[in-house]
Design a protein around this ligand. Structure first.
Ligand SMILES: Cc1cc2nc3c(=O)[nH]c(=O)nc-3n(C[C@H](O)[C@H](O)[C@H](O)COP(=O)(O)OP(=O)(O)OC[C@H]3O[C@@H](n4cnc5c(N)ncnc54)[C@H](O)[C@@H]3O)c2cc1C
Length: 483
């Protein structure tokens, strides 16, 4: 039987990003993927700055940027075209060093990540290989899979990145917490020969006659999402003639070609347990949300980033398996905050009752006229487990200044980074502000340390702040946290 450190089931964005991280760390990894190609149906069109920083950490930004562009404005309109709320005039540069949002074509992004994995010696990708079942015991997991014949592989950990219907989650007997949102939508991706004929901003048309989303993806593509009305069936709405009727108001029949179409149920679900011993869930296997906030794939990729460095610490750095106890407590509050936002947006959009819609419109227009803020992403709860301290900035994302076209993380490299005002001898390498490499970033880093009156900051490999204070004490606290 073949032996690995980690078996990843599912090669969607979550599994692919995790595999790349493990590959960069030289961890022997097997990826089992049922399909032989990237999933062909329409899904994510948006990701955020944190995810771009994760793409940066795995060295795929150049490839990703060929298929992604900063977001444009985002407007909610009513059935008569009045603006109910407008989010922004487009992406803004964030402290993380990347734009607040990017529009993308999910299959191209997945292919960009897969391309990197192709060159990683320690990662073995088996396409057309379906997990049939697993056996988990105290010190390993055996995956039984079918790639045309039945095979087995053994590893210390098995990660279920196997999507919404996750066979791993099912076999583990893990239940889902249903957050009571469940709406059927038709999703269409189209190739557009003349994008100037279609809106440039993302639009949520809150029309009770047919709630509709219209998204300029860029690179010659557009996305529409249409809510199914009571009595309509998936078979009925997926028909091309029905779709062309839905597209009539956009007056674009001569410039669009339907590329992909599917009917989805948009819902909010969270697995009650994300880890059962050596078996761990990530991405859609662990949580699902309606796409209104564009955060489902982002959340899976954040799961991968949280797991990646912890698995490396265990498998390469000798940390105990219990480090993984921190995974769900660190990730679940963040995921639930985004699900809350997505469901909140969905509840605004998916109103079919005319009177309720009119009431909603009146309230939102009054709020808009009073200068009220549009619905904002929730304040994200800071991490509270593998950190040293309980007050922000501890547990929040660290800044990434840029100088001369080079971003800070490129200088720090992957792994934890201890940044101190002065060079000191401690139990881990220190990036001192007087080091020539940090000179271009010194002002921004000093400003940050001044704001928190700290001598040093220790940043985790996933770029969350572990702690601030004295360099030697931080290094010791980090050593203890990982031991
Ligand atoms: C209409 C729509 C719009 C969306 N828009 C956005 C957006 O704008 N932004 C955003 O961030 N997210 C968005 N999402 C969500 C996003 O697409 C998903 O969250 C993301 O694809 C989940 O990635 P994953 O890797 O966890 O799972 P998946 O992409 O589902 O991958 C799971 C993989 O596991 C494989 N698998 C399953 N069973 C087995 C088995 N037994 N053996 C081996 N392999 C198996 C599957 O073949 C699949 O390749 C959207 C979703 C939809 C439906």
């Amino acid at each position: 039987m073949l032996d690995y450190d980690v078996i990843i089931v599912g090669f969607g964005p979550t599994g692919a990003v995790l595999a790349t991280m493990l590959g960069d760390a030289g961890i022997k990894t097997l990826v089992l993927e049922r399909d032989t190609q990237v999933y062909p149906l329409p899904r994510a069109v948006h990701f955020d700055d944190e995810v771009m920083r994760i793409f940066q950490s795995i060295g795929v930004v150049g490839e990703v940027l060929k298929h992604a562009q900063p977001t444009t404005g985002y407007e909610f309109r009513n059935g008569s075209g009045e603006v109910l709320m407008r989010f922004s005039d487009g992406a803004v540069m964030m402290p993380s060093g990347w734009h607040s949002g990017y529009m993308c074509h999910q299959p191209s992004i997945e292919n960009a990540v897969r391309k990197k994995i192709g060159g990683q010696a320690s990662v073995d990708v088996q396409l057309g290989a379906s997990l049939v079942r697993y056996e988990a015991n105290a010190d390993h997991v055996i995956a039984h899979y079918d790639d045309g014949g039945l095979k087995q592989a053994r590893a210390r950990f098995l990660i279920g990145c196997d999507g919404a219907s996750s066979p791993v989650r099912t076999q583990a007997g893990i239940e889902l917490d249903d957050l009571n949102f469940d709406e059927p939508w038709l999703v269409i991706d189209a190739l557009v020969s003349d994008p100037s004929r279609l809106p440039y901003d993302m639009l949520q048309i809150c029309d009770p006659k047919r709630p509709t989303t219209c998204i300029h993806i860029g690179h010659g593509r557009h996305r529409w999402e249409f809510m199914l009305l009571p009595g309509e069936t998936a078979e009925q709405v997926i028909d091309d003639s029905f779709i062309m009727k839905l597209l009539e108001p956009w007056n674009c029949a001569d410039v669009v070609e339907i590329e992909r179409k599917a009917v989805y149920r948009f819902h909010g679900l969270v697995a009650k347990q994300w880890r059962k011993g050596r078996v761990i869930l990530a991405g859609d296997a662990a949580h699902q949300m309606p796409p209104f906030a564009g955060q489902g794939m982002c959340s899976g990729i954040r799961d991968a980033a949280n797991l990646g460095w912890k698995l490396e610490a265990i498998l390469k750095g000798g940390s105990p398996d219990t480090l993984l106890d921190s995974y769900q407590p660190e990730r679940e509050p963040n995921v639930r905050a985004f699900i809350g936002l997505a469901i909140g947006m969905g509840q605004v959009v998916c109103i079919l009752d005319e009177a309720a819609a009119a009431q909603r419109d009146a309230g939102m227009i009054a709020m808009r006229d009073a200068g009220g803020e549009p619905m904002q992403p929730p304040p994200l709860p800071p991490l509270t487990v593998i950190v040293d301290g309980s007050e922000p900035p501890v547990g929040t994302r660290f800044i990434q200044p840029e100088a001369h076209g080079k971003k800070l993380d490129e200088v720090l490299g992957n792994g934890a980074a201890l940044i101190a005002r002065n060079a000191v001898a401690v139990s881990m390498p220190v990036h001192a502000l007087d080091d020539a490499l940090l000179t271009p970033y010194r002002d921004k880093l000093c400003e940050w340390l001044d704001r928190y009156q700290a001598d040093a900051v220790l940043v985790r490999p996933d770029r969350y702040v572990f702690g601030i204070g004295d360099a030697a004490m931080l290094a010791e606290a980090y050593r203890r946290a990982l031991a």
